[in-house]
Design a protein around this ligand. Structure first.
Ligand code: URA
Length: 495
């Protein structure tokens, strides 16, 4: 069959319409040449775009999950995105690979996930670094008017407009950019051609307001200069009136951090005693171990990279990033927690928040060096819900069975790679992931002699989660529980 030239407007809707026509005829991706109708006169081979397509028409169904992802990826600046999106759609629809998006080892899936990640990152930057400046008032409505300038790396200006519409519904604003501009008048969103930077005002009366606002939201507990500099490339700094405040606020941060209390609420809950779930246990065990087989050959670094694109459960969507294990790759002892908390989610490393600090103290007390250990979690994404009293605050939410199972191949791969002699599980979730689904730490803590569900042949010690200790108010009880926790950790040294 001959190559088919398909010209589209560079938009998701245009791609979707053409992709559907092609999929209905099961046309192979390698036969298609995608080009941008707004720039292309003739394609590379001098062919003109095809309007009539060969082949019989069959109805096709494309999953919403894929379409959502493709809509995001369509904003990427890489010209190959249209072909990649079609290749994946074709494999899912015409080649029977319905679970392709869950196969993070697949090179097409990885490319797609990485592109989606780049778009989310660009949107995050736009949300964080757009600064509106007042330019006047509408003489008819009296509404104040604001303008901002932003240069995204990808085609996200329109895609990401809803964030600003929701956030700044009550004012008239324009966001100008070299490729496209968006304008909100309180009712409708309009688009217009891009403009040059000179069109955006630089001086304005709102700077002091921004500085005041920034001071009030500055959270010293989240201050990480290196990460902040990576997040805020120099090109954005010049647009930020608050940039020169950062140094001063940084100097004050250690005092302010000590004044802040970060609450984590990990309540140990009894696992359901359910004969049916238990009967599934062994079947799941085999499936999970087999599923992780292709991962065994990867290095920890490669596993970490693959896990960063994992979408095996929905938790990735609300989390900042995957928090993979860290520590000594040849550790004799591996510590497994439940899931990253707020702090870990932002920093990308396990046990760096309040629970981590308590764990560090108990490890030292038990005679264990954190640097000798490998630390990870049963679930690698932060699951959270907004606090009912402060919507900006993220409260820990317990991972469910499905989420634990979805993450298990990563945990098994880590165990296989590090090959520890001893695993210490912290809290019910970790023990239920590693030992068995109805494990209850408070009644079965200590050395576990009843086998496990991850095919591990070393010793397992189950103990409570440090967050459980953090929540104990009564000082005497807390001290007692701390001693028991330390004694459990010390068991690892003796095993
Ligand atoms: N709690 C956990 O279980 N793991 C972390 O990494 C942090 C808090």
């Amino acid at each position: 069959m001959e190559t088919i030239s398909v010209r589209i407007e560079p938009s998701f809707e245009s791609w979707r319409k053409e992709a559907r026509r092609l999929l209905e005829r099961a046309i192979r991706p390698d036969l298609i040449l995608w080009s941008d109708a707004s720039t292309a006169q003739e394609d590379l081979f001098g062919q003109t775009a095809v309007t009539e397509l060969p082949g019989e028409i069959r109805p096709v169904k494309i999953s919403k999950a894929f379409l959502d992802l493709a809509r995001t990826v369509s904003c990427h600046s890489n010209e190959e995105r249209w072909g990649l999106m079609y290749q994946i759609a074709w494999r899912m629809v015409c080649n029977g690979e319905t679970n392709l998006l869950k196969k993070v080892t697949d090179s097409d899936t990885r490319k797609l996930m990485e592109m989606a990640k780049a778009i989310r990152r660009d949107c995050h930057k736009m949300n964080a670094f757009v600064r509106f400046r007042k330019v006047g008032e509408d003489p008819h409505t009296g509404r104040e008017q604001f303008v901002a300038w932003f240069e995204p790396s990808h085609h996200i200006i329109e895609y990401n407009a809803s964030f600003f519409v929701k956030r700044f519904t009550g004012m008239d604003w324009s966001i100008l950019s070299p490729e496209k501009c968006i304008h909100w008048d309180g009712v409708n969103l309009h688009t217009s051609e891009g403009v040059s930077k000179e069109a955006a005002p630089t001086e304005d009366s709102l700077e002091e307001l921004w500085r005041g606002y920034y001071k009030s939201i500055f959270n010293p507990a989240r201050l990480k200069l290196k990460a902040m500099q990576a997040e805020m490339p120099k090109k954005y700094w010049k647009n930020l009136p608050e940039a020169d405040l950062i140094e001063e606020l940084t100097r004050q941060s250690s005092t302010r951090r000590d004044e802040m209390i970060e609450a984590e609420s990990i309540a140990p809950r009894p696992a359901p005693r359910n004969a049916y779930l238990n009967s599934l246990h062994d079947r799941n065990k085999t499936a999970v171990v087999n599923e992780s087989a292709p991962l065994h050959d990867k290095s920890l670094e490669e596993l970490n990279q693959l896990a960063s694109c994992c979408r095996a459960c929905p938790l990735w969507a609300k989390a900042t990033q995957t928090v993979f294990g860290t520590g000594n790759p040849n550790a004799r002892i591996m510590i497994i927690g439940e899931q990253p908390g707020d702090r870990e989610d932002l920093e990308g490393r396990p046990f760096v928040g309040p629970a981590g600090r308590l764990l560090n103290e108990a490890l030292a007390e038990a005679g264990l060096e954190r640097d000798d250990l490998y630390l990870t979690n049963a679930v690698k994404h932060f699951k959270w819900k907004p606090s009912p009293t402060d919507r900006k605050k993220r409260l820990h939410d317990k991972a469910n069975r499905g989420e634990m199972e979805a993450c298990k191949p990563w945990l098994i791969a880590e165990v296989m790679k590090v090959q520890p002699s001893i695993i210490v599980t912290l809290g019910n979730t970790a023990a239920q992931s590693v030992v068995r689904k109805d494990f209850r730490v408070l009644s079965e803590r200590g050395k576990v002699d009843t086998g496990n569900s991850i095919g591990f042949s070393g010793s397992i010690i189950a103990t409570v989660h440090p967050s459980f200790l953090l929540r104990i108010r009564d000082q005497k009880e807390k001290q007692l529980e701390l001693e028991k926790f330390t004694a459990d950790l010390a068991l690892a040294l003796e095993s």
